[in-house]
Design a protein around this ligand. Structure first.
Ligand code: BG6
Length: 794
């Protein structure tokens, strides 16, 4: 009545406007009604994950979307008999909860509607799938509904994927114009190869855009906030989010639970595959990736993420520390009926040091850590900034939001721990962050609480207005087609490419045993230096005997101090490397004093790696600015190939020291886009470069190694090239891959002022003994031809 009265009094143009607005509103409402019907099929509906999270997530989706234009039906499917399945589902649905701020009456009403829309069905054979599709079509027709799409949520073990995928593809696709989304749960493979196989198989049934691979950490509120936070605080972070300001990044997931009851899965995966390869790596990429201009473009986010994956520097064995809680092996024996002698090597704890090879993050350590049976349950990403300030005032007068001397950090607190909820923390001396006020609120004061060494009051601290479970967040993103919260095939494979070599190299590593819980004490603390990570405490006993027992000092013979008439230095590896590095530095300093420059030729392979690292981290007086670095030999692969000797030199030495670029002389193995072709005359080019720059072509020092077959440099037994003659540099063939090599020749090596041969490891013992007895037989044992004409051999 009142409205009519007002309407009559309005001028004519106003009336037209109001009518137009009402019509537009009506059109909107109608459009909402026309959005269509969505069928959600939960496969594995009676399993643990479904019970714990997925039904609740689907209910939340219904609560969020009801009345917004879509209609729904929910099909819980499993292999369980119809009766049992129905009973199970009825029970689960009864226990579904509503957000705290919803009135109980409304909650009951909506839960009732949800129960009406949900049903159980036994789904096993291809006929069952056809019947499901027919039922959906019949329902649509009966109610006169347009189909919007179908979501199939695979909450089943991966061995069941292929069959289900085949059935969906052949008989359960929605009609034209409607979308299909299949949701997949990890594990997505066990290593690069298996992940690739699984991806190829799935790719034969579904298009990339149809697949949603879940990493539930991407649905955790603090994790999902990383990119929006970076975006909304661009101005403050622009200058800070880089290697000049960030000291380190810690990405941590600690658990108190152990693997009991899951050892059959855990034995095959271990903590790296279970948590680091997926959850922690995903978080890492969100922190490290370049921020797209438009973070709501899924395509841009995924592309930038992929670039971050590609910038990850390859891991070495020394980048990891591994642990296993003491009760683990016993649990495996019990659950899998293994004999008493069985000891597992599966790590339940890992700390990994990751570096990125790009200008933003070069040199910044990213520490990833996760473990079971630890002292607390907590997850967080902590970005700790460098402190370059000095504060002249007494510490007592430092004020949290002003003092540059207090620690400066940003923490995405994923959950649990002392705080007990997700949060974003920013040190007050950094900046006041901006967070969406609808969904994040400031944390109320908790004066006693200390986090990361500071009272909570030192931080601007925000937590979600409404805490949401990760699965509910992700189910909503699936419904809205937000692909950036999921793992694409490309990103998945990029992650496995990064982790697989490390996993292979650690396969036989014996993890450190820890008692579990608070008793772990400092046993699992670790520290890093350069690219190496190690436990801070020495372990006094080897509690798990490894495969093949460790060598004892008595396994080694005491060698004479002369070897083939030359001085012999023998020591335990660390001492030996330290001694050699000292020697090289002294030689370098002398050469620079006398001639102004030092020409050092270095071998590749794994033996010199600790030497390079020693030189990089302990020898600050080394005259790098006057040192020329040459290669003793090279594999015929591109210089950026991980197998390239130059790549090893770059990774372990060059990037840590300041050698002028023009003093670095990689071997020209890759010319005209081909490798070591005779016609390209790479060997001759290298020889000319040596002749031009090195006086008399006599290197100041050549560092060699010795292979188990007596080869040195890339001069191999029974391969005549380079053993004699006038050529300084030669192309040779190795019996092992990659076969093609380039090498300094013996005559050139023997012109050096000093030659050092570094031999390490038990495997070299036999050849060392043998060569100690043979004469000058370079054809059989090229190493026996190393005899500097006027220089010294060590
Ligand atoms: C899973 C792992 O992906 O994540 C489990 O398989 C782990 O081993 C779990 O316990 C941790 O998730 P949340 O959400 O409890 O931190």
């Amino acid at each position: 009545m009142l409205a009519q009265l007002y309407f009559k009094r309005l001028p004519g143009w106003w009336k037209m406007l109001v009518v137009a607005m009402c019509m537009a509103l009506l059109a909107c409402l109608q459009a909402q009604e026309l959005q269509g019907h969505v069928s959600i099929i939960l496969l594995g509906a009676t399993g643990d994950l479904a019970k714990k999270y997925l039904w609740q997530g689907l209910f939340q989706l219904y609560l969020d979307e009801v009345g917004k234009g879509y209609s729904f039906s929910f099909h819980g499917a499993a292999l369980t008999s119809t009766k049992q399945g129905q009973e199970f589902i009825a029970k689960v649905l009864e226990s579904l909860s509503c957000p705290e701020d919803m009135a109980p009456g409304r909650c009951a009403e909506l839960r009732g509607q949800f129960q009406q829309l949900s049903q159980y069905r036994h789904l096993r054979t291809s006929e069952d799938y056809m019947a499901l599709s027919k039922d959906i079509e019949a329902q649509l027709q009966h109610k006169g509904l347009q189909e919007a799409g179908r979501i199939f949520y695979f909450s089943v073990p991966p061995f069941a994927y292929a069959d289900i995928a085949r059935n969906i593809n052949s008989s359960c696709r929605p009609g034209p114009g409607a979308w299909l989304r299949v949701v997949l749960e990890k594990p997505f493979g066990h290593d690069r190869l298996s992940a690739q196989q699984l991806a190829t198989e799935l790719g034969s049934f579904f298009q990339e855009k149809e697949m949603y691979r879940v990493d539930h950490y991407l649905g955790k509120q603090a994790v999902a906030q990383i990119l929006p936070f970076r975006d909304q605080n661009r101005k403050a972070l622009d200058g800070l989010w880089n290697r000049h300001h960030v000291e380190r990044v810690e990405i941590i997931m600690k658990e108190t639970v152990d693997a009991e009851g899951r050892t059959s899965f855990y034995e095959e995966y271990g903590v790296i595959r279970d948590v680091l390869q997926n959850h922690l790596t995903e978080v890492l990429t969100l922190v490290a990736m370049e921020l797209p201009h438009n973070i709501s473009s899924s395509e841009a986010v995924l592309r930038h993420k992929l670039q971050a994956f590609r910038a990850l520097r390859g891991l070495q064995k020394g980048s990891a520390v591994l642990g296993q809680y003491q009760a683990y092996s016993e649990q495996v024996r019990r659950e899998q009926r293994k004999p008493d002698s069985f000891r597992s090597l599966t790590p339940t704890f890992a700390g990994i040091l990751v570096h990125m090879d790009n200008l933003r993050w070069e040199g910044v350590p990213f520490l990833l850590m996760s473990g079971k049976a630890l002292d607390e349950r907590v997850g967080y990403v902590r970005i700790l900034f460098r402190n370059q300030a000095y504060c002249a005032q007494n510490e007592k007068r430092w004020v949290a939001d002003q003092s540059q001397c207090l620690p400066r950090q940003i923490v995405f607190y994923i959950g649990h721990g002392e705080l007990g909820s997700p949060a974003v923390l920013v040190s007050r001396n950094l900046f006041r962050p901006s967070l969406p006020s609808k969904s994040w609120k400031e944390v109320e004061g908790r004066p006693r609480l200390h986090l990361f060494g500071r009272p909570l009051s030192d931080y601007y601290a925000y937590s979600p207005v409404r805490e949401q479970d990760a699965y509910s967040v992700l189910i909503s993103h699936i419904f809205h087609g937000r692909k950036d919260s999921f793992i694409t095939t490309e990103n998945l494979l990029a992650s496995w490419v990064f982790w697989t070599p490390l996993l292979d190299s650690l396969a036989h590593e014996v993890p450190r045993l820890y008692p579990g819980g608070a008793e772990n004490g400092h046993l699992l603390d670790f520290e890093f230096s350069g690219t190496q990570l190690r436990f801070s405490q020495q372990q006094l006993e080897q509690l798990v005997p490894g495969p093949g027992s460790a060598p004892k000092p008595s396994d080694f013979q005491v060698l004479q101090a002369k070897y083939r008439e030359s001085p012999l230095i023998s020591a335990w590896p660390e001492e030996l490397i330290a001694k050699l590095a000292e020697d090289i530095e002294a030689t370098a300093v002398r050469a620079v004093q006398r001639f102004g420059e030092f020409h050092l030729a270095l071998s590749g392979g794994s033996s010199p790696v600790p030497l390079f690292e020693q030189l990089a981290t302990r020898h600050y007086g080394f005259p790098w600015a006057h040192t020329h670095l040459w290669l003793v030999d090279e594999r015929c692969v591109p210089l950026r190939d991980p197998e390239s000797n130059f790549q090893g030199l770059q990774a372990h030495l060059l990037q840590h020291v300041r050698v002028p670029h023009y003093n670095v002389h990689p071997m020209p193995v890759h010319l005209h886009q081909r490798l070591c072709a005779e016609e390209d005359r790479g060997a001759q080019m290298y020889a000319s470069e040596i002749s031009a720059l090195v006086t008399n072509s006599s290197f100041d020092l050549v560092l060699l190694g010795m292979g188990m077959d007596g080869h040195t440099a890339s001069l191999f037994p029974q391969s005549p090239a380079g053993l004699e003659g006038t050529q300084l540099v030669v192309l040779t063939r190795s019996p092992s891959k990659p076969h093609e090599r380039m090498s300094l020749s013996l005559p050139l090596i023997n012109r050096a002022h000093k030659v050092a041969v570094l031999v390490m490891g038990r495997m070299k013992r036999e050849i060392t003994m043998l060569v100690s007895r043979v004469g000058h037989e370079p054809k059989k044992w090229p190493i026996s031809g190393v005899l500097p004409s006027s220089g010294q051999l060590v």
